[in-house]
Design a protein around this ligand. Structure first.
Ligand code: PLP
Length: 388
């Protein structure tokens, strides 16, 4: 099979061999139900609790019991927001941003249609928030503030420590953070923040698809989303998916011990600098402050060229990237994130997200950099406005 160069790690990641090895016995001889009182059940329960400790360590949670397993990042986000609203029916206001992932954005839009009031915080051209806007948005009836830590399309990081301090000082709102894109890419230490709820998803950091978690700060009241048996201490019903939970724990441990972040940053920076030096129509989408961006992500627009055409040509060369968010790949409207950043249409349509991961090599980046300028030139010549 042809070598594939995978530069779409924000969409999903490859299951790490260590993670696969850890979960495999649970698809074979280790099949008990963790709620069973017998030997098999007890062994499953121990495995789940070990995974909970591994995830708690990765997030810097104060207590292991603050971690609740779910099926994905979207479930965690939905549960966090709805779980708060259900217990405070008199509070009808939420605050979020215009650049959230659909898991939060579409939920908030649906709540708006159902009578809630949502304040949508704007971002500037670099994708950054004005924290004065946040302070001004907080009200006595604000139930939830929901903000992402890392943007899936641009990698821009929001200062959640500072945001948490503002939320705590100026309101009684619960503070939810969508941490799905950040986990495994930057250090997280929730214990030292005012974050109340924090969503993560296993497939973004080398666990399989189908498992996630929600951090629920000790003592925070949150209504369950799935109602049924008493699993997860009554917080999330349904027999626990032991193989996937074990996998999530192992992936968390791998992420905690990973020391290659600087290497990934170096590859990403070289990719970015070389593209800007060799392709004059290339523009960065996201902040120029590199410390305010994930170390693995570059979102770059190529003016007057269609992103989908670039993606197809790279795909033919064995290089896999994304145009904005993977969830948007089927639709032709430009990304809501780039629109919120006021990126002009001619640039937004030509945006490509390169997202690197632990398995990428210098040689792969060289291969991309050798081919990309030719592809962009060729497409620009075909474009009615590109060859002026
Ligand atoms: N939040 C962010 C920032 C994401 O990037 C994603 C997935 O791309 C999600 C939430 C949803 O996660 P999942 O695919 O596990 O439902």
């Amino acid at each position: 099979m042809r070598e594939i160069i995978y530069l779409d790690n924000n969409a999903t990641t490859r299951v790490a061999p260590e993670v696969r090895d850890a979960m495999l016995p649970y698809l074979g001889e280790l099949y008990g139900n963790p709620s069973s009182a017998h030997t098999f059940g007890r062994e499953m329960r121990r495995s789940i609790e070990k995974a909970r400790e591994q995830v708690a360590e990765l997030l810097g949670a104060g207590e292991t019991s603050e971690i609740v397993f779910t099926s994905c990042g979207s479930e965690s986000d939905n549960w966090a927001i709805r779980g708060v609203l259900e217990l405070q029916p008199e509070k009808r206001h939420l605050v979020t941003t215009r650049v959230e992932h659909e898991a939060v954005r579409n939920l908030c839009e649906s709540l708006e249609r159902g009578g809630y009031e949502v304040t949508w915080l704007d971002v500037d051209r670099e994708g950054l928030l004005d924290l004065e806007d946040l302070r001004a948005a907080l009200r006595p009836d604000t139930a939830v503030v929901s903000v992402m830590l890392a943007n899936n399309e641009t990698g821009v990081l929001f200062p959640v420590e500072e945001i948490g301090e503002i939320v705590r000082a100026h309101s009684e709102a619960v503070f939810h953070v969508d941490g799905v894109q950040a986990v495994g890419k930057i250090p997280i230490n929730l214990r030292s923040t005012h974050v109340d709820l924090f969503a993560l998803s296993g497939h973004k950091f080398h666990a399989p698809k189908g498992v996630g978690a929600l951090y629920v700060r000790g003592g925070l009241a949150l209504a369950p989303y799935l109602i049924g048996g008493g699993q997860e201490r009554g917080r999330r019903a349904g027999t626990e998916s032991v193989p996937y939970i074990v996998a999530l724990g192992e992936a968390a441990e791998l992420a905690r011990n990973f020391d290659g972040h600087e290497g990934i940053r170096h590859l990403r920076d070289r990719l970015e600098y070389t593209i800007f030096a060799s392709i004059p129509t290339a523009r960065l989408n996201g902040t120029l402050h590199r410390e305010r961006r994930l170390p693995n992500t570059s979102n770059i627009s190529f003016e007057h060229v269609e992103g989908e055409s670039i993606l197809a040509h790279l795909d033919e060369a064995g290089i896999l990237v994304s145009t904005g968010s993977a969830c948007n790949a089927q639709s032709h409207v430009s990304s809501a994130v780039l629109r919120a950043m006021d990126v002009p249409y001619t640039l937004a349509q030509g945006s490509i997200r390169f997202s690197l991961g632990r398995y990428n090599t210098e040689g792969e980046i060289d291969f991309l950099l050798a081919r990309l300028p030719g592809i962009i030139n060729q497409l620009a010549e075909m474009s009615p406005v590109g060859n002026r």
